[in-house]
Design a protein around this ligand. Sequence first.
Ligand SMILES: [Zn+2]
Length: 180
Amino acid sequence: MIILKDIKCEYCNNDIEIATANDEFGVRFVSHGVCVYCGKEIVLPNESLKGFKKYYIYKNQEEDFKVIIAGSREFNNYNLLKLKCDEILKNKMQTHNIIIISGTARGTDLLGEKYAEEKGFEINRYPADWNLGKRAGYIRNTKMAENADALIALNCGTRGTNNMIEIAKRNGLLVRVISC
Ligand SMILES: [Zn+2]
């Protein structure tokens, strides 16, 4: 049985479980769940028929693993990013629920989001607050590092990327740097 993480019973607010076969990406094509407490059958939102992973995550089978994908705004080699991320995350995605953390800037950040969407990974977005002035990027990077387990950096040698790597190391994140 699999317990859904983000949805509770609409009658008693207890956990909902689904009984169905699962594959490596989780459960697909599930339309109904059953409350573990009151036994009511719960119709799940339509979204569950498509991107299961976006909405329902195993509560008791997978832990979150949050990965920042960051790098230059000029970086545009999606195939390289995908190849490297697949390689680096291959084992983790078997045992963990991968969440991609994005700074939402053009270039690497948005390619990281594209990668997440393609893989069915959840995305946590951290846009910089430019009202804060010049330090906005730094503050945003720090916030991301404080909420992540790892950083995959596509490093074209830009200052922002080096800054992200430095902050990630300081926060004890696992860091993988790919030269581009
Ligand atoms: Zn219930």
